[in-house]
Each structure stands twice: as structure tokens, then as C-alpha cells.
Design a protein around this ligand. Sequence first.
Ligand SMILES: Cc1cc2nc3c(=O)[nH]c(=O)nc-3n(C[C@H](O)[C@H](O)[C@H](O)COP(=O)(O)OP(=O)(O)OC[C@H]3O[C@@H](n4cnc5c(N)ncnc54)[C@H](O)[C@@H]3O)c2cc1C
Ligand code: FES
Length: 251
Amino acid sequence: MKKTYKCKLILKTELCPGIFDYVVEAPEMAKEAQIGQFLHINCGGRTTLRRPISICDAGEGFVRFAFQVKGEGTAELAKREPGELIDIMGPLGHGFELTPGEKAVVIGGGIGVFPLLRLARETDCAVFLGFRTKELICMEDDFNEANKNVTICTDDGSYGYNGFAVAAMGEYLMDNKVDMIYCCGPTPMLKTVKQIAEFRRIPCQLSLEQRMGCGIGACLTCVCETKDTGMAKYKQVCLAGPVFKAEEVVF
Ligand SMILES: Cc1cc2nc3c(=O)[nH]c(=O)nc-3n(C[C@H](O)[C@H](O)[C@H](O)COP(=O)(O)OP(=O)(O)OC[C@H]3O[C@@H](n4cnc5c(N)ncnc54)[C@H](O)[C@@H]3O)c2cc1C
Ligand code: FES
């Protein structure tokens, strides 16, 4: 059984309206946390099921995560104030697999950028981050601190590269050879990145989102269809994922 911890909220920042950045005291989870894994959080209030939120960063005694208020659970979580304890299970799931010495592209969109911060810092990569518009850009300073080659893209051209992050990545790949693409974002982005990776024969890892119940492989709420060694097979996103090899994923 995965451990749960009562973690003290030590820093709370509202990154954009309705998007919060939390740092919690969590020395044991910080030691274990792998890039791309997630936390299962008891948000409190009337919600009984935990909600999955990606680990954004982890360091000396702390774990950081960021979330957008979507419904009841995340709205309840957003009411927490520094000093309060949050009930967190984790770290859970299978994260990104890194290969030493590889040259990579890291691409994310919207709230999908959060689990990519450590990849941006810890791999030799070019980073492409997509947002709908300037007001929704999150963690630009953190990414620029983590990596010297970050391109911010906006769908409406209000800031940075004018257009989708996948277009910016496509241009980069015309002139640069890479060994791996790491992606987390909305489904249309995941699909396009998978197609580009297949066309260019670049290995690729995708982080998937799925509604979850238990978060630990006991309820089957989170199953998705995968192509394991060519055969269709249902896998639990909470155990086998959230990160999968792109060739395994069936959209
Ligand atoms: C592995 C994983 C990592 C995640 N990481 C993050 C993160 O870092 N930051 C972040 O903001 N969100 C993240 N999410 C999404 C987050 O879990 C949902 O937004 C949250 O559970 C919604 O709960 P709620 O009670 O606020 O909303 P609910 O009332 O449960 O639902 C509100 C709306 O959100 C939709 N929804 C609920 N759960 C999910 C889900 N899992 N995926 C997609 N849509 C959902 C519902 O269909 C509904 O439209 C992640 C999800 C997964 C599976
Ligand atoms: S959420 Fe229960 S099996 Fe994955």
C-alpha cells in the first residue's frame, strides 16, 4: 500500500486566475519523486475521492505541484492556506524514462507544462511551451531558470512564437537531430506530437490524463487502450502510466 502523508503547505501562489502553485513540506516523498509521477490528493470538503496532480518539482524536503480549479475537488484544494496540512498519497505511477547523454525536445501545453519543469532542468533539451494566450502563461521564469532554450508559444500570437507549440517544435526538428521527445498536454497536442515523432522516427514519451479513482491499480477507473507488442491491451494509467511510450498509445 502506498503511503499517505500530512504535508504542511509552505508556499501558495496564484499563477494566473484559478491556477495555483503549492509547495508542501514532504521530505520522504521528495526523496522518492521521479519526473512525471503524480500525487493523489485528498482535497477535503465534501469530496471523498482523491484527485491526481502531477509533481512539478521536488527538492530538499519539499514537493511542488500546480493545479487549475476545474470542479469541486480542486476548488476545495484552492482554499488551503499556508500552515495547513494536506493529505497526500504518493509519489505514484510510472514517470518519464531518461537516458543519459540524450538530446531531447520537451513540449507541453497549458497545465501540462507543470510536470516538465524538472525535465527542462535535468536533460539536454529544447523546450516548447504552448498557451492559449498571454494571460495564461505559467512558470515562464521557472522554465527560463531551468533551461536556456525555452520557446513560449501562444495560439493567438499575443506573446512569443505566434502559433501552436507543435509548429515551433516542427520547425526546430527540421534543423536539429534529437534522440527523444517528451510531451504532456491536451489530447490534440499529444496526438500531433505522436504523429510527428512517428514521421521523423524519433522515440517519444507521452504523459496521459485519465479520470482516476483509487490511483493505485485497484479500481480500473483509469484504463486506456494500448498497443503492447502490437496487441491491443488495456492498461491502468495510474500504474503503467501516466507516461507511456508513444507507440503504445491508441487515440
Ligand atoms: C496523472 C494526472 C496528472 C494530473 N496533473 C494535473 C496537474 O498537474 N495540474 C492540474 O491542474 N490538473 C492535473 N490533472 C487533472 C486533475 O486531476 C483534474 O483536473 C481534477 O481531478 C479535477 O477534479 P475536480 O474535483 O476539481 O473536478 P471534477 O468535479 O471531478 O471534474 C471537473 C471537470 O474536470 C474533468 N476531469 C476530472 N478529472 C479529470 C482528469 N483526470 N482528467 C481530465 N479531466 C478531468 C471532469 O470531466 C469535469 O469536466 C491530472 C490528472 C491526471 C490523471
Ligand atoms: S485509478 Fe483505480 S485502477 Fe487506476
